[in-house]
Design a protein around this ligand. Structure first.
Ligand code: IPE
Length: 264
Protein backbone atom coordinates (compact mmCIF):
# COMPACT_ATOMS: atom_id res chain seq x y z
CA UNK A 1 0.00 0.00 0.00
CA UNK A 2 1.28 3.47 -0.83
CA UNK A 3 2.20 5.39 2.30
CA UNK A 4 1.61 9.09 2.82
CA UNK A 5 4.50 10.26 4.97
CA UNK A 6 4.86 13.55 6.81
CA UNK A 7 8.45 13.92 7.94
CA UNK A 8 10.34 16.47 10.01
CA UNK A 9 14.07 16.93 9.86
CA UNK A 10 14.95 18.34 13.28
CA UNK A 11 17.18 21.42 13.35
CA UNK A 12 19.68 19.55 15.52
CA UNK A 13 19.95 16.90 12.82
CA UNK A 14 20.57 19.08 9.77
CA UNK A 15 22.63 21.85 11.42
CA UNK A 16 25.33 22.14 14.03
CA UNK A 17 23.15 23.76 16.69
CA UNK A 18 25.96 25.55 18.49
CA UNK A 19 27.67 27.02 15.45
CA UNK A 20 25.86 29.90 13.70
CA UNK A 21 24.46 28.86 10.32
CA UNK A 22 26.36 25.61 9.87
CA UNK A 23 24.39 23.14 7.75
CA UNK A 24 25.21 19.43 7.82
CA UNK A 25 25.06 18.92 4.10
CA UNK A 26 26.15 15.27 4.22
CA UNK A 27 23.24 14.43 6.53
CA UNK A 28 20.82 16.41 4.34
CA UNK A 29 22.05 14.53 1.27
CA UNK A 30 21.66 11.10 2.82
CA UNK A 31 18.08 11.88 3.85
CA UNK A 32 17.17 13.39 0.46
CA UNK A 33 18.62 10.32 -1.26
CA UNK A 34 16.35 8.18 0.94
CA UNK A 35 13.36 10.40 0.08
CA UNK A 36 14.03 9.86 -3.64
CA UNK A 37 13.90 6.06 -3.06
CA UNK A 38 10.69 6.35 -1.04
CA UNK A 39 9.04 8.31 -3.85
CA UNK A 40 10.35 5.89 -6.50
CA UNK A 41 8.63 3.14 -4.50
CA UNK A 42 5.28 4.90 -4.98
CA UNK A 43 4.91 6.63 -1.61
CA UNK A 44 4.36 10.37 -1.11
CA UNK A 45 6.21 12.70 1.24
CA UNK A 46 5.49 16.06 2.88
CA UNK A 47 8.73 17.50 4.25
CA UNK A 48 9.11 19.87 7.22
CA UNK A 49 12.40 21.00 8.67
CA UNK A 50 13.54 22.80 11.80
CA UNK A 51 15.88 25.73 12.25
CA UNK A 52 18.82 24.69 14.40
CA UNK A 53 21.55 27.32 14.21
CA UNK A 54 19.83 29.08 11.28
CA UNK A 55 17.03 30.26 13.58
CA UNK A 56 17.40 29.67 17.30
CA UNK A 57 20.56 31.68 17.95
CA UNK A 58 19.32 35.00 16.51
CA UNK A 59 15.75 34.40 17.65
CA UNK A 60 17.06 33.89 21.17
CA UNK A 61 19.39 36.89 21.05
CA UNK A 62 16.54 39.23 20.09
CA UNK A 63 13.74 37.46 22.03
CA UNK A 64 11.67 36.97 18.89
CA UNK A 65 9.47 34.23 20.39
CA UNK A 66 7.88 36.62 22.88
CA UNK A 67 7.06 39.28 20.28
CA UNK A 68 7.96 42.95 19.95
CA UNK A 69 9.56 44.85 22.84
CA UNK A 70 9.52 48.65 22.41
CA UNK A 71 13.11 49.34 23.50
CA UNK A 72 14.64 46.95 20.97
CA UNK A 73 11.92 46.87 18.33
CA UNK A 74 14.17 48.16 15.56
CA UNK A 75 16.83 45.49 16.10
CA UNK A 76 14.10 42.87 16.47
CA UNK A 77 12.54 43.82 13.14
CA UNK A 78 15.95 43.55 11.48
CA UNK A 79 16.40 40.15 13.15
CA UNK A 80 12.99 38.99 11.87
CA UNK A 81 14.07 39.77 8.30
CA UNK A 82 17.43 38.09 8.86
CA UNK A 83 16.01 34.90 10.43
CA UNK A 84 13.47 34.57 7.60
CA UNK A 85 16.21 34.87 5.02
CA UNK A 86 18.46 32.47 6.97
CA UNK A 87 15.62 29.95 7.08
CA UNK A 88 15.10 30.37 3.33
CA UNK A 89 18.83 29.69 2.92
CA UNK A 90 18.65 26.49 5.01
CA UNK A 91 15.59 25.41 3.04
CA UNK A 92 17.66 26.05 -0.10
CA UNK A 93 20.23 23.49 1.07
CA UNK A 94 17.44 20.96 1.52
CA UNK A 95 15.82 21.66 -1.85
CA UNK A 96 19.18 21.74 -3.70
CA UNK A 97 19.78 18.29 -2.31
CA UNK A 98 16.30 17.04 -3.28
CA UNK A 99 16.93 18.36 -6.78
CA UNK A 100 20.30 16.60 -7.01
CA UNK A 101 18.46 13.31 -6.39
CA UNK A 102 15.83 14.13 -9.01
CA UNK A 103 13.03 14.91 -6.53
CA UNK A 104 10.59 17.66 -7.51
CA UNK A 105 9.45 19.97 -4.73
CA UNK A 106 7.38 23.09 -3.93
CA UNK A 107 8.42 25.38 -1.05
CA UNK A 108 5.82 27.00 1.25
CA UNK A 109 7.49 29.37 3.76
CA UNK A 110 5.19 29.92 6.79
CA UNK A 111 6.06 33.63 6.85
CA UNK A 112 4.02 33.82 3.62
CA UNK A 113 1.00 31.58 4.35
CA UNK A 114 0.69 31.26 8.15
CA UNK A 115 0.11 33.53 11.12
CA UNK A 116 -0.07 33.08 14.90
CA UNK A 117 2.00 30.49 16.73
CA UNK A 118 1.42 27.20 18.54
CA UNK A 119 -0.88 24.32 17.80
CA UNK A 120 -3.75 26.50 16.56
CA UNK A 121 -1.83 28.72 14.12
CA UNK A 122 -3.85 30.08 11.21
CA UNK A 123 -3.06 29.06 7.65
CA UNK A 124 -4.57 27.20 4.72
CA UNK A 125 -3.21 23.64 4.81
CA UNK A 126 -4.79 22.81 1.44
CA UNK A 127 -1.53 23.87 -0.21
CA UNK A 128 -0.01 20.62 1.11
CA UNK A 129 -2.89 18.51 -0.07
CA UNK A 130 -3.18 20.04 -3.51
CA UNK A 131 0.44 19.48 -4.49
CA UNK A 132 0.64 16.65 -7.09
CA UNK A 133 1.69 13.27 -5.67
CA UNK A 134 5.27 13.16 -6.96
CA UNK A 135 6.07 16.71 -5.86
CA UNK A 136 7.29 17.09 -2.28
CA UNK A 137 5.81 20.10 -0.44
CA UNK A 138 8.50 21.61 1.80
CA UNK A 139 7.95 23.91 4.79
CA UNK A 140 9.81 24.79 7.99
CA UNK A 141 9.78 26.47 11.40
CA UNK A 142 9.74 30.24 10.78
CA UNK A 143 9.04 33.72 12.12
CA UNK A 144 5.39 34.47 11.45
CA UNK A 145 3.02 37.41 11.90
CA UNK A 146 1.16 37.51 15.20
CA UNK A 147 -1.82 39.71 16.06
CA UNK A 148 -2.65 41.40 19.36
CA UNK A 149 0.38 43.66 19.59
CA UNK A 150 3.09 40.96 19.60
CA UNK A 151 3.65 41.58 15.86
CA UNK A 152 5.73 38.43 15.31
CA UNK A 153 6.47 35.09 16.90
CA UNK A 154 8.06 31.71 16.19
CA UNK A 155 6.03 28.93 14.60
CA UNK A 156 7.77 25.62 15.26
CA UNK A 157 8.03 22.88 12.67
CA UNK A 158 6.60 20.57 15.36
CA UNK A 159 3.32 22.51 15.23
CA UNK A 160 3.32 22.21 11.45
CA UNK A 161 3.84 18.46 11.87
CA UNK A 162 0.86 18.16 14.19
CA UNK A 163 -1.60 20.09 12.04
CA UNK A 164 -0.48 18.63 8.72
CA UNK A 165 -0.40 15.04 10.01
CA UNK A 166 -3.87 15.30 11.54
CA UNK A 167 -5.68 17.49 9.02
CA UNK A 168 -4.42 16.25 5.66
CA UNK A 169 -6.55 13.18 4.87
CA UNK A 170 -5.05 9.68 4.87
CA UNK A 171 -1.61 10.42 6.31
CA UNK A 172 -0.21 6.99 7.21
CA UNK A 173 3.13 7.94 8.81
CA UNK A 174 4.30 10.94 10.81
CA UNK A 175 8.05 10.69 11.35
CA UNK A 176 10.31 12.92 13.44
CA UNK A 177 13.93 12.50 12.43
CA UNK A 178 16.28 13.27 15.30
CA UNK A 179 20.01 13.97 15.43
CA UNK A 180 22.30 11.77 17.50
CA UNK A 181 19.68 9.60 19.23
CA UNK A 182 17.84 6.50 18.04
CA UNK A 183 14.48 7.69 19.37
CA UNK A 184 12.93 8.55 22.71
CA UNK A 185 15.31 7.68 25.54
CA UNK A 186 14.21 7.00 29.12
CA UNK A 187 16.94 9.37 30.40
CA UNK A 188 18.88 12.19 28.68
CA UNK A 189 21.14 10.46 26.11
CA UNK A 190 24.39 11.56 27.80
CA UNK A 191 23.48 9.89 31.10
CA UNK A 192 24.60 6.35 32.01
CA UNK A 193 21.76 3.86 31.77
CA UNK A 194 19.97 5.86 29.09
CA UNK A 195 18.21 3.42 26.77
CA UNK A 196 15.96 3.53 23.75
CA UNK A 197 12.23 3.11 24.36
CA UNK A 198 10.84 1.10 21.41
CA UNK A 199 7.33 2.34 22.25
CA UNK A 200 6.27 5.37 24.22
CA UNK A 201 2.94 6.78 25.30
CA UNK A 202 2.28 10.12 26.95
CA UNK A 203 1.56 8.56 30.35
CA UNK A 204 5.15 7.35 30.60
CA UNK A 205 7.44 9.85 32.24
CA UNK A 206 10.70 10.74 30.53
CA UNK A 207 13.50 12.80 31.94
CA UNK A 208 14.79 15.36 29.49
CA UNK A 209 17.47 18.00 29.42
CA UNK A 210 15.98 20.70 27.24
CA UNK A 211 18.49 23.35 26.39
CA UNK A 212 16.48 26.56 26.65
CA UNK A 213 19.76 28.49 26.44
CA UNK A 214 19.78 27.72 22.71
CA UNK A 215 16.26 26.71 21.91
CA UNK A 216 13.40 29.20 21.50
CA UNK A 217 10.81 26.52 20.81
CA UNK A 218 10.08 23.48 22.92
CA UNK A 219 12.87 20.93 22.32
CA UNK A 220 12.09 17.25 22.85
CA UNK A 221 9.15 18.06 25.18
CA UNK A 222 7.29 19.88 22.40
CA UNK A 223 8.08 17.08 19.96
CA UNK A 224 6.85 14.43 22.43
CA UNK A 225 3.66 16.33 23.13
CA UNK A 226 2.91 16.96 19.44
CA UNK A 227 3.78 13.36 18.53
CA UNK A 228 1.41 12.08 21.18
CA UNK A 229 -1.41 14.28 19.83
CA UNK A 230 -0.69 13.06 16.30
CA UNK A 231 -0.81 9.42 17.40
CA UNK A 232 -4.48 9.82 18.27
CA UNK A 233 -5.22 10.31 14.57
CA UNK A 234 -2.32 8.66 12.71
CA UNK A 235 -1.35 5.00 13.17
CA UNK A 236 2.38 5.21 12.62
CA UNK A 237 4.05 8.02 14.55
CA UNK A 238 7.79 7.52 15.01
CA UNK A 239 10.97 9.08 16.35
CA UNK A 240 13.88 7.81 14.23
CA UNK A 241 17.58 8.63 14.14
CA UNK A 242 18.01 10.79 11.02
CA UNK A 243 21.62 9.70 10.72
CA UNK A 244 20.21 6.31 9.65
CA UNK A 245 17.63 7.32 7.04
CA UNK A 246 17.49 3.74 5.68
CA UNK A 247 15.38 3.02 8.75
CA UNK A 248 12.55 4.99 7.13
CA UNK A 249 12.35 2.54 4.20
CA UNK A 250 12.63 -0.33 6.63
CA UNK A 251 9.64 1.04 8.54
CA UNK A 252 7.61 1.47 5.33
CA UNK A 253 8.56 -1.96 3.95
CA UNK A 254 8.58 -4.09 7.09
CA UNK A 255 6.27 -2.19 9.43
CA UNK A 256 8.93 -1.59 12.08
CA UNK A 257 12.48 -0.34 12.60
CA UNK A 258 14.92 0.86 15.25
CA UNK A 259 13.26 3.91 16.78
CA UNK A 260 10.36 4.79 19.05
CA UNK A 261 6.77 4.23 18.04
CA UNK A 262 4.55 6.81 19.74
CA UNK A 263 1.23 5.51 21.01
CA UNK A 264 -1.81 7.72 21.66
C1 IPE B 1 12.09 27.00 14.97
O1 IPE B 1 11.57 25.86 14.35
C2 IPE B 1 12.05 28.17 14.00
C3 IPE B 1 12.92 29.30 14.32
C4 IPE B 1 13.67 29.41 15.39
C5 IPE B 1 12.95 30.37 13.35
P1 IPE B 1 11.68 24.41 15.02
O2 IPE B 1 11.20 24.46 16.44
O3 IPE B 1 10.92 23.49 14.11
O4 IPE B 1 13.24 24.12 14.94
P2 IPE B 1 14.17 23.01 15.58
O5 IPE B 1 13.84 21.69 14.96
O6 IPE B 1 13.90 23.01 17.08
O7 IPE B 1 15.56 23.49 15.25
Amino acid sequence: MAAKVVMKLGGGLITDKSSFKTAKKGVIDSICSEISKIIANGHSVILIHGAGSFGHLLAKKWSLAAGVVDEISEQQRDAVVKVRSDMAELCGYVTDSLKSFGVEFAVFPPSVWAKETGRSFIGDLDIFENTPKDIVPVSFGDVVRVSGGAEFGILSGDDLMARISLEIPSVTHSIFLLGDVDGMMNLPPNIDGSRLMPVWSAEEHIETSHNSEQDVTGGIELKASRASQISRGVDEVWFINGNHPERISQLLDEGSTIGTKILG
